[in-house]
Design a protein around this ligand. Structure first.
Ligand code: ADP
Length: 661
């Protein structure tokens, strides 16, 4: 039937929070600004140091790049055609000097003189001798032995070297087809020994004798015993001889490759790779190197470097460029940095560099990449510095915040106490004034004999006594409250039965509460459990509740004092049928000096302290006090105290439950 409100808070401490918030703001905002400022300053410092690092390493890289230009100038100067050597000899000479991976040689007009393009070497296409035609016809008919005889006759009879050599090769071919391999090899070996045929060429201008040597080796196959070594060495010597019979570079390359195939372990052909590279570059089109600098060729990873007069073009593979230049640019590297030359288009291949520096005029498109060895030294140093700064700042801020909090709490407490004192003084002086002045009036009346008869005099004395009682109650409340505030109210705890408490209450309760009959009722359950408490304090509590029930009810009153035990607790309630409390008021009635209707409460002789004393005492006993009320219908104040059994039980077994009484 009643609305319910439990454990109301004081409400006043909430006013401390604005002060607290202001204090925190004055600490936190400057602290945050300080942190931000420190962070920004550290960042700037980091940037400045990094900048210095960039300058130091950058100028080192620039110096390294500068060393590259003279290096390439020196290399360019070495690229000149040796005087008095034919182009093939010059090619071989340059390769032997190890100046590059390959060469292309040009004449004054820019035409390629080595490697000689096939169109230049070819062109000695002559007529086919009649003797060879007859042999070829027999060969075509599958008459290899007869064809061999015809070819042998031609070779023996002719005075032309080219024809004799061609006929001898054809004879060997037919002998081999006829299954007479040894004879074929004999013919070829003899041909190789014929000095007068050394210059003999076929119809396409190719030297015949070296080809015959290769043919002999192929016929010998795996049978190395039959003069293979001698023939192979002879052929190799021939191929490595750039000064002797003029051999077209394509034929030389072909024969070299073939010799390496049949004699892979022994053939020593130092110019083969250079020949291959030059041929590969030339095959991709005309070669146009930029003067005095490295320029890319049509073959990926191969770079061109022209000599001072443009007649020698060196072909340099990328790996060679990187190895050759290392000592030039990386002469005295600074500690903590690593310089790497990077080909065009490969700048970011190894992740983000610390910085990049163009490699100089002689190496367009190339860059010198600077990396820090062992990470960014400044980054780790500044990281450590930042951690120290931030740690110190945080510790400082925490200390300031803690200080601010304690100051705030201290100030808040002082403010509350001051307010309380002011309230108390105002209330005390006001509340004492009313009974004192009415007593004074009554006493004056009596002293001046302004009373009708002895009955009226008695009535005045009764009124004086009532005022005195009210005054005493007020003063008791003030004293209780004052002690309570100073925390000096020492409770004397002793085992107590509810009967003991209620008997003391009934002895002290004023008549106005218990009379007329029917106004007051006492209901005590049979098995109320004993408690541990301060009897006088608990009697004050019940009397305060009864006094309020009387004060805030009109006639006919009905006040009920109940006591019962449940769930290990003793409950004592005081109900009335008075004016009741709104929900909001019910929440605040336990606040000090709170009065719903100040004039009504004062008229009733209240000062707004009774319920706060009730709450203090009950809580000091480990209990709770609640109010259930509805406006116009009445109120029930209930206190709930732990019983002696429950307390003993808790002490004996802190975690255990209780069955109550
Ligand atoms: P006071 O001395 O003014 O009665 P209390 O602390 O005892 O002070 O009570 C605080 C206020 O609570 C009272 O002023 C009154 O407005 C309200 N109050 C207390 N008891 C009752 C009740 N039984 N019925 C209605 N209002 C009550």
């Amino acid at each position: 039937m009643f609305g319910r409100s439990t454990n109301p808070g004081t409400g006043r401490s909430g006013r401390v929070w604005p002060v607290l918030a202001a204090l925190l703001a004055t600490v936190i905002i400057p602290s945050a600004c300080m942190l931000w400022f420190m962070d920004a300053a550290m960042r700037n410092e980091a940037l400045a140091v990094r900048q210095r690092l960039v300058q130091a390493y950058g100028s080192e890289a620039a110096k390294a790049a500068k060393r590259l230009d003279p290096y390439w100038a020196a290399r360019t100067e070495k690229l000149i055609l040796p005087v008095g050597l034919s182009p093939p000899e010059a090619f071989q000479h340059l390769v032997r000097a190890g100046l590059a991976d390959g060469f292309i040689l040009r004449d004054q007009a820019g035409g390629v003189v080595y490697p000689v393009p096939p169109s230049v070497a070819a062109g000695r296409v002559g007529r086919v001798p009649a003797g060879l035609l007859a042999g070829a016809a027999l060969e075509q008919d599958g008459k290899a032995a007869q064809a061999a005889a015809v070819y042998a006759a031609v070779a023996a009879q002719t005075s032309q070297g080219d024809l004799a050599a061609q006929a001898a090769v054809a004879q060997a071919r037919c002998l081999a087809r006829a299954g007479r391999k040894d004879q074929a090899i004999e013919v070829l070996v003899a041909l190789m020994g014929a000095e007068q045929l050394a210059e003999a060429r076929d119809d396409e201008g190719r030297l015949i004798v070296p080809g015959a040597g290769l043919f002999a080796l192929q016929l010998m196959g795996d049978d190395r015993a039959g003069g293979f070594r001698a023939v192979a060495d002879r052929l190799a010597a021939w191929l490595n001889d750039y000064a002797g019979a003029a051999m077209g570079s394509s034929q030389r390359r072909f024969l070299m490759a073939a010799l390496r195939e049949v004699d892979p372990s022994a053939a020593v052909l130092p110019t083969l790779e250079a020949e291959d590279l030059a041929a590969e570059v030339l095959a991709r089109g005309p070669v146009e190197p930029a003067p005095m600098r490295l320029s890319p060729s049509a073959v990926a990873g191969v770079h061109l470097l022209a000599g001072a007069d443009g007649r020698v073009i060196a072909l340099l593979r990328q790996d060679r460029v990187l190895t050759d230049t290392r000592r030039a640019f990386d002469a005295e590297p600074l500690a903590g940095m690593r310089l790497t030359l990077t080909p065009p288009g490969a700048a970011g291949a190894r992740g983000e560099p610390f910085l990049m520096q163009p490699a100089g005029a002689a190496m367009p498109g190339w860059t010198l990449r600077v990396d820090l060895t062992g990470g960014d030294p400044f980054a780790s140093a500044s990281q450590r510095q930042r951690a120290v700064y931030i740690g110190t700042a945080t510790a400082g801020i925490v200390a300031v915040v803690l200080l601010a909090l304690s100051v705030t709490f201290y100030l808040g407490r002082q403010v509350r106490l001051t307010r309380l004192k002011n309230d108390l003084i105002a209330t005390v002086s006001h509340e004492l004034k009313t009974p004192l002045s009415s007593m004074r009036l009554l006493i004056d009346t009596l002293l001046e004999d302004r009373y009708r008869d002895i009955e009226q005099a008695r009535e005045y004395f009764a009124l004086i006594s009532k005022e005195n009682e009210r005054l005493t109650r007020l003063i008791d409340n003030f004293l209780n409250f004052s002690r309570m505030e100073r925390n000096r109210r020492a409770f004397v705890f002793a085992p107590l039965s509810v009967e003991e408490i209620l008997a003391a209450v009934m002895r002290a309760v004023p008549d106005r509460i218990t009379h007329p009959p029917g106004q007051f009722e006492l209901e005590v359950a049979d098995d109320c459990p004993p408690i541990s408490g301060d009897r006088d304090a608990l009697v004050t509590v019940v009397l305060n509740l009864l006094d309020n029930a009387h004060k805030y009810s009109g006639d006919p009153r009905r006040i009920v004092l109940r006591a019962w035990g449940r769930n290990g607790r003793l409950h004592v309630s005081v109900s009335d049928n008075g004016i009741g409390l709104s929900r909001r008021a019910a929440r605040r009635v336990f606040d000090r000096f709170y009065q719903v209707d100040r004039s009504l409460s004062r008229a009733a002789g209240g000062c707004g302290l009774g319920l706060s004393i009730v709450k203090f005492v009950v809580e000091a006993h480990g209990g709770t006090v609640t109010v259930a009320s509805r406006v116009g219908e009445g109120s029930t104040f209930t206190m709930s105290l732990p019983t002696l059994n429950l307390l003993n039980h808790r002490r004996a077994a802190p975690q255990g439950g209780t069955d109550g009484c």
